[in-house]
Ligand binder design. Structure first.
Ligand code: ITT
Length: 220
């Protein structure tokens, strides 16, 4: 009897921090998780959509067209209320190209200079797009509320984690930034962790399938 091959799932991201978090959250699922590096040079297209969902779909579609395999893409960002929701979908490009994560964090703190704590509210949002050959499209969206710090704290995670104090499930502000949490702690409360749990639930219940289906949208 031939052994059944596990279905493949390509994680369409060039961000190593995201990739690590997504792979950790998919452990135990009956899928073979592949990175873009295993596809031999598939490049992500320019993200010119105006929403996280649009950009996640742009990335997933390009990789599905190139690889012909189920694809999972993440588009996410940090929305700062005192900056009218910026940087939002432009989070990766905030301050222009060539800046490091830490330089972007510092730029954000400069832009918030003089803004008092109660007005430093912000949230991370993530949309995951799962595209399956044959046309099925699934979107999973989640967020985490929090507050922008006054300086950088911690060295875990990536991106804006050192300047973001998240709120826990009870709504209370944590005393650690996202970069001071362990990967497991971050995953439990983060936008991406929550969206990935929606995805896991959909795959486990059969509401989403890597070999067909229609479409669905789940929010948290
Ligand atoms: P890919 O498009 O290749 O997946 P990217 O980093 O360009 O990688 P996005 O376009 O979705 O991804 O940009 C999201 C940016 O938002 C990311 O670069 C970070 O600056 C920020 N961000 C998203 N999730 C974050 C998280 O969990 N912690 C810290 N910053 C995060």
């Amino acid at each position: 009897m031939q052994a059944r091959r596990r279905p493949a799932l390509v994680v369409a991201t060039g961000n190593p921090g995201k990739r690590k978090e997504i792979e950790a959250a998919l452990v135990g699922l009956d899928v073979e998780v592949l990175g873009l590096d295993s596809l031999g040079g598939v490049a992500l297209p320019e993200e010119n959509g105006g929403t996280y969902a649009h950009n996640a779909l742009i990335k997933a579609r390009a990789v599905l067209d190139a690889a012909g395999l189920p694809v999972l893409a993440d588009d996410s960002g940090l929305e700062v209320d005192a900056l009218n929701g910026e940087p939002g979908v432009y989070s990766a490009r905030f301050g222009g190209p060539g800046l490091s994560d830490r330089q972007r964090c510092r730029l954000l703190l400069e832009r918030l200079d003089g803004v008092p704590d109660p007005q430093r509210s912000a949230r991370f949002r993530a949309v995951l797009a799962l595209l399956v050959p044959g046309g099925a499209v699934y979107l999973f969206e989640a967020g985490v509320e929090g507050r922008i710090a006054r300086d950088l704290r911690g060295s875990g995670g990536f991106g804006y984690d050192p300047v973001f104090y998240p709120r826990g499930d009870d709504g209370r502000l944590l005393s650690k930034t996202m970069a001071q949490l362990t990967p497991e702690e971050k995953n439990r409360i983060s936008h991406r962790g929550r969206a990935l749990r929606l995805l896991r639930r959909a795959l486990a219940s059969g509401a989403a399938a890597l070999d067909g289906g229609n479409c669905c949208q789940a929010r948290n």
